[in-house]
Design a protein around this ligand. Structure first.
Ligand code: SF4
Length: 378
């Protein structure tokens, strides 16, 4: 069976105060050693029994993968090609921080095999970017997207963030308009969350933030839908919008509960065939050390029950606007959706779930309380 590949690059120029990803601020990083560990991990994974078939999608995430030299990214992709065939339609994404790239560098990534860029822009407004601790300003983000286009990329995502303290609905609309005007193919619009362990979480606890009211957040949520769909984008997941044919295939494979191999520090893997999920050593040093010593860095393996797999298929699939196909559920699990989760009728009666053709999906009201609905399938 084909699979997706995630490659984690854990280094960043500085740590953003809202970020709870496995990312580490560094002035220098052991790039050659880290790439060697990634290549070794790939070779060992290819030798095992979990990962046969073609690679459907590849995603370099982080951290800030664009800090790495294009030759390093090319080396990882060379190792992938050495062991597996890439699907003819393979999507290969690189996450990029606008403050770390120029046209020449982006041309290098294109030559390495990258065919999709995902820019962590967050905002074009100076006040918001300063608050978020980003290293770029608005003009730099605009230039970076243009550089990507001039370097030949026609599949570019821009990440934007709303519900930031002090942000007005009008400022959020301006960010959306700017992203649309840049001619990007995809926009991910996330609301700011205050995750435990981040600087923002501590600041909120100390009362240093006045969080936006729920009504303002809802107005921003509606503004997102309005601005992007008017511009021809299709909403295909709670936070993701794409021009036709430009939905992110890598993220869709997560939401469809398809298998993925994760390599690099802290990366997660999921093998549907062996009903297992596992993750790598979190710290970059511990990760490299483990791979150098044994060829792998897996820790924390979880064996999943059939019931867990069924629940995950449903709540991940419901994140997508088209929802879940009940025939795919019965094909995968040998049981009817209605038998496995009879409470779907209560969700329908409550106006949270609806049937569209062969699919069940969240209603607009269901999306507003999506976490509560997902919890009923866990
Ligand atoms: S650049 Fe991205 S990964 Fe790095 S600290 Fe900021 S939000 Fe986190």
């Amino acid at each position: 069976m084909s699979f997706s590949l995630y490659v984690h690059i854990p280094y960043c120029d500085s740590k953003c105060p809202y970020c709870d990803f496995n990312s580490h601020a560094a002035r220098r990083w052991p790039e050659q050693r880290y790439v060697a560990a990634l290549r070794r991990e790939l070779a060992v994974a290819a030798d095992g029994s979990h990962w046969g078939g073609m690679v459907r999608t590849i995603f370099f995430g982080g951290g800030t993968p664009s800090l790495f030299d294009p030759a390093s990214i090319a080396g990882v992709l060379e190792e992938v090609r050495r062991h597996w065939q890439l699907a003819p339609t393979v999507e290969i994404t690189l996450e990029a921080n606008p403050g770390t790239v120029d046209e020449g560098r982006l041309r290098g990534f294109a030559a390495a095999g990258i065919n999709r860029l995902s820019f962590g822009v967050q905002s074009f407004q100076p006040k918001i970017l300063t608050l978020l601790g980003r290293i770029h300003d608005g003009p730099t983000a605009i230039r970076a997207v243009g550089d990507g286009q001039r370097a030949g990329f026609d599949n570019i995502n821009v990440d934007l963030m709303f519900a930031v303290p002090g942000q007005s609905v009008e400022a959020w609309r301006a960010d959306l308009r700017q992203a649309i005007d840049l001619g990007t193919a995809h926009v991910s619009a996330y609301n700011l969350t205050f995750e435990e362990g981040t600087a923002f979480h501590a600041m909120r606890r100390r009362g240093e933030f006045e969080p936006l009211g729920e009504d303002v957040e809802i107005a921003m949520y509606e503004a997102t839908e309005d601005a992007l769909t008017t511009a021809g984008f299709l909403r295909y997941e709670i936070s993701n919008y794409a021009l036709p044919g430009r939905a992110c295939q890598h993220n869709l494979s997560y939401w469809r509960a398809l298998p993925y191999l994760g390599i690099g520090a802290g990366a997660h893997s999921f093998s549907a065939a062996s009903m297992r999920r596992w993750s790598n050593q979190l710290g970059p040093e511990a990760y490299m050390h483990a791979v150098e010593a044994s060829g792998g860095a897996a820790v924390g393996q979880e064996i999943l029950t059939a019931r867990q797999l069924q629940g995950e298929f449903v709540f991940l699939g419901l994140r997508c606007c088209e929802g879940i196909e009940v025939s795919e559920f019965s094909d995968r699990f040998g049981v009817d959706f209605a038998v496995a989760f009879p409470h779907y009728r209560d969700l329908r009666k409550a106006g949270l779930l609806e049937q569209r053709g062969a699919n069940w999906r969240l209603t607009e009201r269901g999306r507003m309380v999506s976490n509560e609905v997902f919890a009923t399938f866990v």
